[in-house]
Design a binder for this molecule. Structure first.
Ligand code: HEM
Ligand SMILES: [Cu+2]
Length: 616
């Protein structure tokens, strides 16, 4: 539980820092250690996800080619060194699942949110530190279960199941559509133990995220320091809070759906399996009465809010960083808060835009379409306010600032195509093509990743007490920014030309097999693959920078960026209980930059005196 605050002088009843390795670094209840644990988990996951995307791009660019190293890597699944259709689909499923759940949902919220929410609101820890530790370790367990699906072929015999030898994990995409995902082994390779491990992992992940969400909400509402009124909170805190509310309302739905799916596998129920399906050359007679569309509804009722869970923390962070390095208050602070809320709220009424071709009534489709397009309004407000924040600022082009500007750019280029896909008539031909793959990678994948990079370059000095190398940081930014655009923008063209999603190849120029109308697409497909290799290689610079800066970086002062929020009032890295026993008092809003008449061009939130100008 949180330490007791004596109301009279705000002193905290201090708990000594744990000294043993296990209590300090493994089963720690310190939100800062837990934040770093989440961040490391995401870093590990993103490299696995990226390695899988590299293999997929290898196959898409040079279909059917033999690669010697694949025989060594996957002696069962790729015994002759080629990537079969099944192997491709299992890689795709693991790539999508790892990226969405274990990267996008962990680092921005569990990582940065855990580390900085308590400090930015002036608290000594989260409201429920033990629950916080449990959230992380359940997430960790979920990752272990998912990774074990890579070895499902060796594990299956132990559970009395057949080994599926040509896959590395489940098949079903990150969306796990029924009835394929519900039928088990008889539906084909990867559908037995692979899918069971996948569902188990997702269910554990839901539980962990729920616990985390409760903690975030309670912490932000109850643990704010004296003077930290709601409208003085940094926008990062508002974003973490809104994200937590979305998680609280959407993960239970996925959890329930996952349990029903598991019952279809293990208990012979038929929630998602209709009668008399003909699957994998067999007529399914032992199930009847279920609805595959029910799975789609439950999944997307979670799935759409999930994409906001991935992106909202990045929005908060971008606002925060743009103000810091433009040396200006955030343009329209209140409106930014309300826009976050409206995006969050509207996000619960649009799930049907993923199901336009499911046979839904055109009247429902119109409703889903209209509400979807309405989300463009708060999104545009945010974009214009970011531009307003930059306008006329004395911009400092540091690495975190470049990534925050990159976030805005990707949010726009990825968001625009959302307006196309949100309209039923345009979505019908584009659904399940590379247009969608390009759209969601830009906005949900890469924009959110840019938020994480911005956060890492911005807060690394606080978290580890060392500055990151700016030269390597900028090089990393330019390679990544050029790279991701080169990967994902051409995908829109391929999609409009009819390149279907989730195919292990489109046209094979050597054998002449495949979709003939895409036969002249090979150079573009290879260009995208080269761009992916280039971008992935560029990420090694980031890795080197992390290690190098951690070991040899310049020592960071308390406030190297001349920023205003509370984390910059304490040492880098902060002591065990953040404020060394004396909770701060807050006197002003979070973005008081270039205040007229102030001695410096910024005023810390905890700085008394001088009239308040902005932010309240
Ligand atoms: C180097 C960067 C990346 C590359 C080259 C890449 C490449 C790919 C490829 C080739 C596919 C398969 C498309 C298909 O066959 O339909 C895919 C799917 C996917 N990717 Fe990525 N990706 C990258 C980064 C990311 C990131 C950062 C995310 C985070 C959201 C992500 C999320 C997904 C998802 C959700 C799918 C869909 C899986 C499914 O269809 O179930 N990817 N990616
Ligand atoms: Cu959606």
């Amino acid at each position: 539980m949180a330490d007791v605050v004596h109301p009279v002088h705000g002193e905290v009843h201090r708990h000594p820092a744990p000294t043993g390795f296990i209590r300090k670094w493994v089963f720690s209840t310190d939100h800062k250690v837990i934040g770093i644990q989440y961040w490391c988990l995401a870093l590990f996951s993103v490299f696995i996800g990226m390695a899988l995307s590299l293999l997929m791009r290898l196959q898409l660019g040079w279909p059917g080619e033999e690669w010697g190293f694949l025989k060594t890597l996957f002696p069962n699944a790729a015994e002759n060194g080629t990537i079969s259709g099944e192997l491709y689909l299992s890689m795709l499923t693991m790539h999508g699942t790892i990226m969405v759940f274990f990267v996008l949902t962990t680092a921005p919220q569990g990582g940065f949110g855990n580390y900085f929410l308590p400090i930015q609101i002036g608290a000594d820890d989260m409201a429920f530190p033990v629950l916080n530790m449990m959230s992380f370790w359940i997430t960790f367990l979920a990752l272990v279960v998912l990774i074990s699906a890579f070895f499902a072929d060796s594990l299956a015999p132990m559970f009395g199941m057949t080994a599926a030898s040509n896959v590395i994990g489940p098949i079903g995409g990150w969306t796990g559509y029924a009835p394929l995902s519900a039928l088990g082994e008889k539906a084909g390779p990867g559908q037995g133990l692979g899918v069971i491990l996948w569902i188990t992992s997702i269910a554990l992940f839901c539980i962990a995220s729920l616990l985390g969400a409760l903690n975030f909400i309670t912490t932000m509402l109850n643990m704010r320091a004296k003077g930290m009124s709601l409208m003085r909170l940094p926008l990062t805190c508002w974003a973490w809070f809104t994200t937590a509310v979305l998680a609280l309302l959407s993960f239970p739905v996925l959890l329930a759906a996952g349990i029903l799916l598991l019952l279809d596998h293990l208990a012979g129920t038929s929630f998602f399996i209709p009668g008399n399906s003909y699957v994998n050359g067999k007529l399914i007679t032992e199930h009847s009465g279920g609805s595959p569309i029910l799975w789609q509804h439950l999944f997307w009722f979670f799935g759409h809010p999930e994409v906001y869970i991935a992106i909202l923390p990045g929005m908060g962070l971008t606002s925060h960083i743009l103000a810091t390095f433009a040396r200006k208050p955030v343009f329209g602070y209140r409106v930014m808060v309300y826009a976050l809320f409206s995006i969050g709220l509207l996000g619960f009424f649009v799930w049907g835009h993923h199901m336009f071709i499911s046979g839904m009534s055109p009247y429902s489709a119109i409703a889903f379409s209209l509400i979807t397009l309405t989300i463009g309004v708060p999104s545009a407000i945010k974009t214009f306010n970011w531009l307003g924040t930059l306008w006329g600022g004395q911009i400092r082009f540091t690495t975190p600032m470049l990534f925050a500007i990159g976030f805005v750019s990707l949010f726009v280029s990825g968001g625009i195509t959302g307006l196309f896909l949100g309209q039923t008539s345009i979505d019908l031909p584009l659904h399940d093509t590379y247009f969608v793959v390009g759209h969601f990678h830009l906005i949900m994948g890469v924009a959110a990743i840019f938020g994480m990079f911005a956060g890492t370059y911005f807060w690394f000095p606080k978290m580890f007490g060392k500055m990151m190398n700016e030269g390597m940081g900028k090089l990393h930014f330019f390679i990544t920014f050029i790279g991701v655009n080169a990967i994902f923008i051409p995908m829109h063209i391929m999609g409009m030309a009819g390149a279907t999603r989730r195919y292990s190849f489109h046209f094979n120029p050597v054998t002449g097999e495949g979709l003939h109308y895409l036969s002249n697409m090979t150079p573009l497909t290879r260009f995208v693959s080269y761009a992916a290799f280039f971008t992935i290689a560029g990420q090694l610079i980031f890795l080197v920078n992390l290690v190098w800066s951690w070991a040899k970086g310049r020592k960071a002062s308390e406030n190297p960026w001349e920023a205003t929020s509370l984390e910059w009032t304490i040492p880098s890295p902060p002591p065990h209980d953040n404020f060394a026993g004396i909770l701060p008092e807050v006197h002003r809003g979070p973005y008081e930059y270039s205040v007229p008449g102030a001695p410096r061009d910024f005023m810390m939130q905890s700085e008394p005196g001088a009239a308040e100008v902005h932010g309240d």
